[in-house]
Ligand binder design. Structure first.
Ligand code: 4AD
Ligand code: MG
Length: 467
């Protein structure tokens, strides 16, 4: 009997009744009467609980008392057909051990109606809720699917550095990395910080993107992708921004902007389909609890081709909307960067499907994007999704050495720091393209959660780095 091995609840729920089984997990609820107790046990393997039926006469009263919400149990018993509705099988308990008690008066998750906002303040414990169990399993499935997708296509997973000298996006919102004593910073003769005395002998930061190193990989082995943490010190307190988020950045030699758009569309559709195929229990739970349009919205992006629209045309559409009485908080005219309200108008109201915007004004995009003939626009692309706005940003890259160097100078960037990058255009330069998918933005779409803080286990946002 002691040799009985634990079976995960997900497997138990799909098992034929009859066997002697051992389950372990945390108590979600306990109810019942004097004769019999019903304990809902969850071990995180599935959103579904297994019901433990414990006849009061078979157990010590003290033991039954220690079985409270949040406590951890080991339960041995017989898997039997369930008489109650809702589950096919349940466990007729023969032996129950309380592995860890949980004081019901102090347990942070005891309240029935815990708002997502409250749960953020107990983020160390919120992982134990059904909601975060579902989110974590979907997050895991998506990470796996990303590796699967690219491996099936022969892409090489490239590990790019987290500590870097370059601001790839040129936005300047980087977290500095230093070992200098902030109370006595070494200065040079001119009174500037002397970074030669710092750990790396130069000014370094946490990366905002692995793209530049990704391009080195793509122009060597053809097709690569990165998948790692990314850091941005932008002070954006929005439901779509994190200071630490995860990004997937494929980079492909010999791809032009059209190949790039095709890959991006295929990629996100693959991920949405994967979630529908592999996470349906969790999706149904989230759909019922938070967003009754979730599954329908996920299905809706699969069957159709994403709309491809130039930035210039999109501005016309938005200007026309304004003329027709649509109110935006931020003004829109040619040359402005779109806000999420503009993106969502295009996706949800105008086209009613995901949109790929292309050909942006060069002044609102990064230095590396391929310049169009018109001298005004670059071959960038943003993929916009319902309820979220931008989930992917990318471009064809400027492969021409002269044009690239001129643009770096125009923007007042340091060519010296980028010599290693510019070498890709000096030696065997090729047309190439790539994009970045914000992992948590994708997760917003495939979980229906409204706030990006609720799709990452331990969010980092301005003034918040707890847990
Ligand atoms: O559009 P972005 O800034 O593009 C790049 O970083 C390029 N280097 C990508 C490439 O071409 N390889 O960022 C890409 C995506 C955005 O579309 C968005 O989904 C996500 O990263 N993102 C963020 N997600 C959460 N919090 C933030 N602060 C984010 N900033 C960007
Ligand atoms: Mg972008």
């Amino acid at each position: 009997m002691d040799k009985l091995k634990r079976t995960k609840i997900k497997a138990l729920l799909n098992q034929e009744p009859g066997a002697e089984v051992l389950a372990k997990g945390w108590v979600r609820t306990k109810r019942g009467n004097k004769q019999v107790k019903f304990i809902a046990l969850n071990d995180g393997s599935t959103i579904n609980n297994i019901q433990i039926v414990a006849a009061a006469e078979s157990f010590d009263e003290e033991l039954i008392k220690r079985i409270t919400t949040g406590a951890s149990l080991s339960v041995r018993g017989k898997l039997v057909e369930s008489v109650g509705s809702g589950q096919a099988v349940e466990i007729q308990a023969e032996e129950i051990e309380v592995l860890g008690e949980c004081d019901p008066m102090r347990f942070p998750l005891q309240k029935k109606d815990t708002t997502l906002e409250y749960l953020r303040s107990v983020a160390h414990m919120r992982l134990r809720t059904n909601t975060f169990g579902a989110v974590l399993r979907i997050r895991n499935a998506m990470a796996f699917a990303i590796h699967k997708f690219f491996n099936e296509k022969g892409f090489v997973y490239l590990h790019t550095p987290l500590i870097t000298e370059s601001d790839a996006e040129g936005a300047g919102d980087m977290f500095q990395v230093t070992t200098m004593d902030l109370k006595s910073i070494p200065l040079d003769k001119k009174g500037n910080v002397d970074f030669s005395k710092d750990f790396f002998g130069k000014k370094t930061s946490l990366t905002v993107s692995g793209q530049l190193e990704g391009e080195l990989g793509a122009t060597a082995v053809g097709e690569i992708y990165t998948f790692g943490p990314t850091f941005r010190a932008e002070n954006s307190n929005t439901p779509r921004h994190l200071a630490e988020f995860w990004m997937i950045e494929p980079e492909m030699a010999f791809y032009d902007i059209n190949d790039n758009m095709e890959l991006a569309e295929e990629f996100v559709k693959y991920l949405v389909q994967y979630a529908l195929d592999n996470c349906l229990d969790d999706l149904k739970f989230l759909n019922d609890k938070y967003d009754d349009g979730l599954i329908e919205r996920m299905r809706s992006v699969l069957g159709i081709a994403f709309e491809r629209v130039t930035y210039t045309r999109a501005v016309e559409i938005l200007e026309e909307a304004v003329r027709n009485g649509v109110k935006f908080e931020y003004p829109v005219h040619w040359g402005t960067d779109f806000q999420s309200e503009h993106e969502r108008y295009l996706v949800e109201k105008h086209f009613q499907k995901p949109v790929i915007l292309i050909d942006f004004p060069k002044d609102i995009k990064a230095f590396y994007m391929k310049q169009n003939e018109d001298g005004k626009t670059v071959r960038g692309m943003d993929v916009l999704f319902p309820k979220i706005g931008e989930i992917i940003g990318g471009s064809e890259r400027e492969a021409d050495l002269n044009k690239l160097e001129t643009r770096i100078d125009e923007l007042g960037m340091s060519r010296k720091n980028l010599e290693w990058y510019i070498d890709t255009r000096r030696y065997g330069s090729v047309p190439h393209s790539g994009f970045g998918l914000g992992f948590e933005r994708l997760l917003l779409f495939v979980t229906g959660m409204a706030n990006i803080r609720d799709v990452i286990p331990f969010p980092r946002t301005p003034k918040n780095a707890e847990f």
